[in-house]
Write a protein that binds this ligand. Structure first.
Ligand SMILES: *Cc1c(COP(=O)(O)O)cnc(C)c1O
Length: 356
């Protein structure tokens, strides 16, 4: 089989989707399954659907168009704030957008009216992570400014934490959203049916049973794809893990000193490397590099193999302590964290191998 390749365990992803769906359903939460970590892969999308997911989310319009072209006719949520130059396509392919700018909402409204459609919006509220969203104190005026706009249906409020500022979801910052909804519904006499409380990181509140009542939607990707929650640094119990792995081939094995010979300048990426002297080491070179993957977030499946570094096309692994005899042409497998999965899934050089 060709290398480098990403091995995608569709059966395990489907099972994760089913479990997340169940965990949400028993709590009265509607689950939006987020596919962006798999770069909008259609086979992964199908695994989500087999697992019972009915609403899909992605940050990229190009992925959303692929889901429609593959025949998905259910709800699609655009997760990244819309770009003004995409509003016509957004109206055509997505049902709901997460938004935080009046200019954008007006443009979506105009595009929707032109197409004789109504586009749903979820207004993002920044509860502290400092990525997207209207600040809580500005929310009422913000909604007053758009409440009568035609072509637009205000579905509700949403928030996102754990992404930029690394702010952890808590009962308090999640409840703020529920409180704001109640206050604004009363003051403006409108309905805000959807309260979209967060992403994978927010599911930690399931465990302590501390997800505030009133949160009725979550947008979850990482937990379904990899069974992990990097924001809270946890592996989620009850889910399948390592659903995406990377396989690469060995193209050189030699024993070499651990310190290079000659004056040391910068490596190919402008960093000045430092080398502890560990004597002569046995190293394997694999035919995979920074054009294919992200170095941190990669863990060798083989016991006692140690990643040394990588250039654009080569990955160096110290195999001195490995118990097995490795040969040229042997394959090595690596576990991937969310960021590393994202990198291999988006690289055009990495083959895809579907399992299950
Ligand atoms: C990526 C993203 C999600 C999903 O995040 P996961 O950590 O993969 O669950 C949810 N909402 C928004 C706005 C996102 O950008």
């Amino acid at each position: 089989m060709k290398t480098p390749r990403v091995n995608i365990n569709l059966k395990q992803i489907e099972e994760n989707a089913g479990r997340l769906k169940e965990w949400c359903t028993v709590r009265g939460i509607n689950l939006t399954g987020v596919l962006k970590g798999a770069a909008g892969d259609i086979r992964v999308m199908e695994a989500f659907l087999r697992g019972g997911i009915e609403s899909l989310g992605d940050s990229r319009l190009r992925n959303i168009i692929k889901f429609r072209e593959a025949g998905f006719s259910g709800e699609i949520v655009l997760l990244r704030l819309p770009q003004l130059n995409e509003v016509n396509e957004i109206i055509q392919y997505a049902d709901v957008s997460l938004v935080s700018e009046e200019t954008t909402i007006r443009a979506l409204g105009t595009a929707a009216r032109k197409a004789d459609k109504v586009h749903g919006i979820i207004i993002m509220v920044d509860v502290g992570d400092l990525r997207e969203g209207v600040l809580p104190e500005d929310l009422e005026d913000f909604i007053r400014g758009i409440v009568n706009l035609s072509g637009i249906e205000i579905r509700g409020l949403g928030t996102n934490v754990g992404c930029y500022g690394g702010v952890l979801p808590s009962r308090e910052n999640t409840r703020l959203l529920v409180d704001l909804k109640a206050r604004i519904e009363k003051k403006l006499g409108i309905n805000l049916p959807v309260v979209s409380g967060g992403n994978t990181a927010t599911t930690i509140l399931f465990e302590e049973n501390s997800l505030p009542v009133g949160i009725n939607n979550l947008r979850v990707g990482e937990a379904i794809l990899q069974g992990t929650d990097i924001t809270n640094q946890r592996v989620i119990r009850g889910l399948n893990h390592n659903n995406f792995t990377l396989t690469a081939s060995i193209i050189e094995i030699k024993e070499k000193p651990s310190v290079p010979t000659g004056e040391i300048g910068c490596d190919a990426f402008g960093n000045k490397p430092e080398y502890p002297d560990r004597g002569i080491r046995k190293r394997a070179i694999l035919a995979v590099g920074r054009q294919d993957m992200k170095l941190d977030g990669l863990t060798p499946a083989l016991d006692k193999a140690e990643i040394m570094g990588a250039s654009s096309d080569h990955l160096l692994v110290d195999i001195t302590e490995v118990d097995r005899e490795l040969r040229i042409g042997d394959e090595m497998e690596f576990y991937l964290d969310y960021g590393a999965m994202l990198a291999v899934m988006t690289s055009p050089y990495v083959y895809k191998n579907y399992l299950g």
